[in-house]
Design a protein around this ligand. Structure first.
Ligand code: SF4
Length: 269
């Protein structure tokens, strides 16, 4: 088996590989259908993921010019209404200094080695001097700043935007905004050293996957069975039938939302 020509990598697929090689193989190479949902906790995750998707859609419509009144009137669920109000309040507080040109839900793809690397942005706010990536989070848990800085999402997003817009890395930054903690956003600046490090890290990771794909057989399952708790393939891997009951890590929570994110058409550079 080899990687398909022009295979599209993303933060989600790279995170899958880093978490568990077998998950990457099942999802992206074998295109294994997701087994049916098997337990109530995962259904609750999906309910929250659906609310999260609607929250993103509300912001997208707001950025595109739909009035606050119309959007507010369209919300039925109290939880979604709270997140929405937090967002509106933040526009005059923690988010008030964002550059004026804004685009929501945009996917950008750049070449890397023989493949493409795609990032799906919640919001890009920019002007001549800087570009700010904003990522909306609706989970209850707020990861530590260092954890966010090390996330594949952070590395891929800042790298892709810098390359696509041919900006000096120092003019790019990323903000994680949390609906549960709207006054505690995490801002992560970028610089040339981090950009060079990301280029090397992402190139080497893709080379490793490329070489792994030339070998036959089942790819390695993660030895960390906590990563299986919210993986939809756990029944195929004999890693348990029931979903975990504690709150998953944020990257695990993303498992139920990724499939929709991956479907956005990307602008290619
Ligand atoms: S259940 Fe566990 S071992 Fe199997 S693909 Fe998912 S994370 Fe990997």
């Amino acid at each position: 088996m080899t990687l398909p020509l022009h295979f599209r990598f993303s933060q989600a697929s790279l995170a899958d590989y880093v978490d568990c090689q077998r998950r990457f193989q099942l999802r992206y190479l074998l295109e294994q259908a997701w087994p049916a949902v098997e337990s109530e906790p995962l259904l609750e995750r999906e309910r929250l993921a659906e609310l999260g998707r609607r929250f993103h859609r509300l912001i997208q419509q707001h950025v595109e010019g739909l009035s606050v009144e119309i959007l507010t009137a369209s919300i039925g669920e109290p939880e979604l209404a709270r997140w929405w109000q937090s967002y509106l309040d933040s526009l005059d507080r923690t988010l008030r200094d964002l550059p004026a040109q804004r685009r929501a839900e945009v996917a950008i793809s750049i070449p890397l080695k023989s493949y493409r690397l795609t990032a799906h942005f919640d919001l890009i706010a920019r002007d001549d001097d800087r570009a700010v990536i904003v990522d909306w989070k609706t989970e209850h848990r707020q990861p530590a700043r260092e954890q966010l800085r090390q996330r594949l999402q952070t590395r891929v997003y800042r790298y892709v935007l810098t390359v696509a817009q041919q900006r000096p890395p120092g003019t790019v930054s990323m903000i994680y905004w949390f609906a549960q903690y709207p006054d505690l956003l995490v801002a992560l600046p970028y610089d040339a050293a981090q950009h060079a490090d990301d280029h090397q890290f992402l190139s080497e990771l893709i080379t490793e996957i490329e070489q792994r794909a030339t070998q036959e057989g089942e790819w390695a399952k993660t030895p960390d069975e906590r990563k299986c708790a919210y993986c939809v393939y756990r029944s195929l891997c004999d890693r348990g039938v029931y979903a975990g009951t504690s709150e998953p890590d944020e990257e695990d929570f993303d498992l139920v939302t990724r499939i929709n994110i991956e479907q956005i058409d990307a602008i290619e550079y």
